[in-house]
Ligand binder design. Structure first.
Ligand SMILES: [Zn+2]
Length: 285
């Protein structure tokens, strides 16, 4: 599951690299005139990596399920005569790393398909909203501020620094929010599949190397057993947490989850704001 988390994080990284290249090609003063093109590039970069995220999640879900139940489930990416060997091969291919292998013995099949189809319209809508929020609105505000500054010389060092800082903040905001949409391709898929798969009993959260106080708290809670209304996963920009589905009570939590859980009991309870302060202090030392 570390391999899965890292591979999802790498997809967000691929998106970030592609988007950084697009942004590097425009000057701060050109952005306002290039919003339409930028939005198209933004949406295309998200789509490409989100599709990979979705495929990776399907391969991961199918593999974990087969490892725990000894059965293969249908749906996107399913191939007849699957074995643990072929499921590992599918996962290795999707994650770009050789993490494991298994026997070639054919597994029994559950023909059910619990996987949602990709909701491309919803994703496009979210990409559009995110772009407006993180780029277009900020560019408009920046243009107004620039106009308010009057006619300072173009090579004024302070002005150059101001433009650069603006570009950086747009880049950070749009990259974090876009990376979230990319990984949501896989996260939403696993979250929905769990609900529609009678074999699944819940999930737990695997975090990235330096999770925020919120994600550490969620991970420290351990497994989330599914109910009629399993709460939303609660990802946020710059978050690389993933859901790992579980199919039996024999699952093993990552060591970090235990660390967060101990931290929480040492904290002794309190408000979320208090926990945030406590977590910040504890992880800094
Ligand atoms: Zn997180």
């Amino acid at each position: 599951m570390a391999a899965y988390q890292l591979a999802q994080q790498a997809l967000a990284g691929e998106f970030a690299a592609r988007w950084a290249e697009v942004l590097a090609a425009v000057e701060a003063r050109e952005i306002a005139g290039s919003l339409t093109e930028l939005e198209a590039e933004y949406a295309a970069a998200i789509r490409e990596s989100a599709a990979a995220s979705y495929g990776l999640s399907a391969a991961f879900y199918r593999l974990v399920r087969a490892l725990e139940t000894g059965r293969v489930i249908g749906g996107p990416g399913y191939r007849p005569n699957s074995s643990l060997g072929s499921l590992w091969a599918d996962f290795n291919r999707a994650s770009g790393k050789r993490t494991g292998s298994g026997p070639r013995e054919e597994l029994p099949v559950d023909t059910r398909n619990p996987f949602p189809t990709e909701d491309l319209a919803r994703e496009a809508r979210r990409a559009e909203e995110t772009f407006r929020h993180e780029v277009a609105v900020r560019v408009e505000k920046h243009e107004r501020e620039r106009a308010g500054r009057g006619s300072a010389a173009l090579d004024d060092a302070e002005l150059v620094a101001w433009e650069k800082e603006f570009l950086e903040s747009v880049k950070t905001g749009s990259t974090g929010a876009g990376g979230m949409l990319v990984q949501d391709g896989g996260r939403d898929m696993i979250h929905t599949a769990l609900q529609d798969d009678p074999g699944a009993i819940g999930y737990f959260r695997v975090t990235d190397a330096g999770p925020c106080y919120f994600c550490a708290l969620m991970a420290g809670r351990g497994a989330v057993y599914k109910s009629k209304r399993t709460a939303a996963f609660g990802a946020h920009p710059h978050c690389h947490c993933q859901a790992v589905p579980i199919f039996s009570r024999r699952y093993q939590l990552p060591a970090e989850n235990g660390t967060f859980s101990r931290m929480w009991s040492d904290f002794g309870g309190g408000s979320l704001a208090d926990w945030r302060t406590y977590y910040g202090k504890t992880t800094k030392t």
